[in-house]
Design a binder for this molecule. Sequence first.
Ligand code: CA
Length: 435
Amino acid sequence: MRSFIYVESANHFPIQNLPYGVFLREGKSNEPRVGVAIGEYILDLSVLEKEGYFNETPIQNEKVFSECSLNKFMSKGHEAWQAVRNVLQKVLHEDEPKLRDNQPLREQAFVLQKDATMLLPVEIGDYTDFYASKEHAANVGTMFRGKENALMPNWTHLPVGYHGRASSVVVSGTDFHRPQGQVKPADATTPIFTPCRQLDFELEMGCFVGPGNDLGEPVSVDNAEENIFGLVLVNDWSARDIQAWEYQPLGPFLAKNFATSISPWVVPLAALEPFRVAGPKQEPKPLPYLQTSKPDSYDIKLEVYIQGDKMEKRQLLATSNYKHLYWSIAQQVAHHTITGCNLNAGDLLASGTISGPDKESRGSLLEIAWRGTEPVELENGEQRSWIEDGDELTITGWCDGDGYRVGFGEVKGRVLPAKENLLGSSKQEKVTAHS
Ligand code: CA
């Protein structure tokens, strides 16, 4: 299948993908619109909607694409998403003249991605962060508790997760200041107030919930995927030193609430279908409500790059794959809702750090530099145990098809120095004195 819009074989956005995003056109209008990426372009769906292109679908007579988020479209459900996707794949097909030969409409409907600003695509009500990679959980457990107790006894029986913070989820390209907080150095008896000294990234992917479920009505593991609109790349920034002091007994709080970056294009599950694979064998067998009847993971190649402000180009830091995750999206949704908890359109469920079996596939600096004991050598002679001011992290991911790629683009974020006004010495003494 090919589009009349030229797409290079390594481009992430061929007609087989068609991810959704929300964008602003440069100059012309400041109204956000929903579009799909195709090659170097964005197809503005609000234009097609006005022209009646979706009149034969379940969203007929509704304006869902002149919106500042995907939420309205996401809430319409699986059948509506598939119907719109069918229209788009037909309209963009190289043999279909309707849009291809309508030059005035093409000029309105297509925007070069470089002439647009991508916005946060979803209004995120709730954000849940899982811990679904066995290799990541085992690496972290080994560092903090020793090899014998690497995995907690619950880990192989349920997808461990916690309720995160939705308000600080930001779109790729949003820089943020190094967080500050309470830290207790190993040789101190009381904590100090300081800029985070162990800032880290986490290579993750996240899925967005579609229509969701009513309070009191769990989603079964077999129906879970119909509730998922699509996937994005996630960098779940983490302050490891703040986390180490604060996390017991209720888990991470400030260590994870200052920034979580996501990629702007939401890749529909339908586009990932050709890349469906089985996840790792689950032993022991999960309880019946978590048992799945078909392969429920995806072969998505993942890469992480770092570029410090003294580096001329970015350097590869890690390579991993989504298929390494032990707990699948379907299992996460089934587990999340088994109590009757309601998920809403726009909720984000992140996977947790995706580490693989090799040293090269570790998905955080905590693991790559093994808690500071094996610093990473950078090409310009610098070393990294943790992320430094000015460092930009980029995560990219894609599926390899036959002569094409279904990709996620990138999620980027750069760390700025801590804000100075929080560091008054009197404030610092106060915090120390009261602890
Ligand atoms: Ca995380």
